[in-house]
Design a protein around this ligand. Structure first.
Ligand code: FES
Length: 292
């Protein structure tokens, strides 16, 4: 039985395979760490909560009938996604159960393509489509370059104690990484009230402006005959910053064509965003418009 070596698993591969492996393994590892350190991911009241994200994708996804069963177990689903991404990233970078890890990564990309990216038009703007193709290409490259004995099946040999120990090592490392990244979580700031945004005299009815919300995110303020409204400028699809389109009086996302209606609660008018823009409470107080 040949000795397993992380170094050898890289050395025996072609440059093209290494580039794909580094990019995909690194991205999946980063994705898992980013979720683990995101204070919103498991926070039921926040817009970034995994349950809110899944709910948003149910309506327009061809696998919505599966996703809707995940909503009531959203926290469990969130942990599975987070640990799955970490384990796949670590396995791809170390070469442990490499072919199985690549198939796992392709499965995650396929699910994201069918949910998050399904309505992105044109298709080449959807990153999950590109990741899925990269995983498939990496799978065939790794199989071609693997020694004959490893080409028989991509499924790890569970009778081989060393392979099982290596996989357990990947799982334990993923859990430790998740806990370590969770420790770096920033607290969600409590809403700051009474912060002045603009003088009322400088902001007549019909005006709009961009400002920085108390949580640090870019936001838009609108004043109409009905009152004052503020929306987060963070697109609810994949987080790009929306901009005001004066021709249509909409907030448009430059990434995948999302369109929101500021006159109607930030409602989605088009594109892939699964839900309206988040809102901030603002009020007129004396001669100013302030956060509430
Ligand atoms: S990030 Fe995709 S439409 Fe805004």
């Amino acid at each position: 039985m040949a000795r397993f070596s992380i170094r050898d698993s890289w050395r025996t591969q072609s440059t093209g395979t290494r580039v794909l492996r580094l990019m995909l393994g690194g991205t999946w590892l980063y994705g898992g760490l980013q979720k683990a350190s995101d204070a919103q991911f498991f926070n039921k009241g926040s817009s970034g909560y995994i349950g809110a994200q899944i709910t948003g994708f149910v309506k327009n996804s061809p696998i919505g009938f599966i996703l809707k069963h995940m909503i009531e177990h959203a926290t469990l689903a969130g942990w599975m996604i987070l640990l799955g991404e970490l384990a796949i990233g670590i396995a791809v970078l170390t070469g442990v159960a490499l072919q199985a890890a690549i198939l796992g990564g392709a499965s995650v990309s396929l699910i994201l393509w069918l949910s998050v990216t399904w309505h992105v038009y044109p298709y080449f703007l959807g990153s999950d489509t590109a990741y899925l193709v990269m995983w498939i290409a990496l799978f065939f490259l790794v199989r071609k370059e693997a020694p004959a004995r490893a080409r028989k099946s991509p499924i790890p040999n569970l009778k081989d104690r060393r392979e099982v120990v290596q996989m357990i090592g990947v799982g334990v490392t993923a859990v430790i990484a998740a806990l370590a990244a969770g420790g770096l979580k920033k607290k969600i700031p409590a809403p700051v009230t009474g912060t002045k945004i603009v003088d009322l005299s400088k902001f007549p009815v019909g005006s709009n402006m961009q400002f920085t919300a108390p949580d640090g995110n870019p936001a838009y303020l609108f004043r109409t005959k009905v009152g004052v409204f503020a929306y987060s400028a963070v697109c609810t699809h994949q987080g790009c910053t929306v901009g005001y389109n004066s021709a249509d009086n909409t907030l448009d996302c430059p990434c995948h064509g999302g369109k929101f209606d500021p006159a109607n609660g930030g409602k989605v008018l088009g594109g892939p965003p699964p839900r309206p823009l988040d809102t901030y409470k603002v009020v007129i107080q004396g001669n100013s418009i302030v956060t509430a």
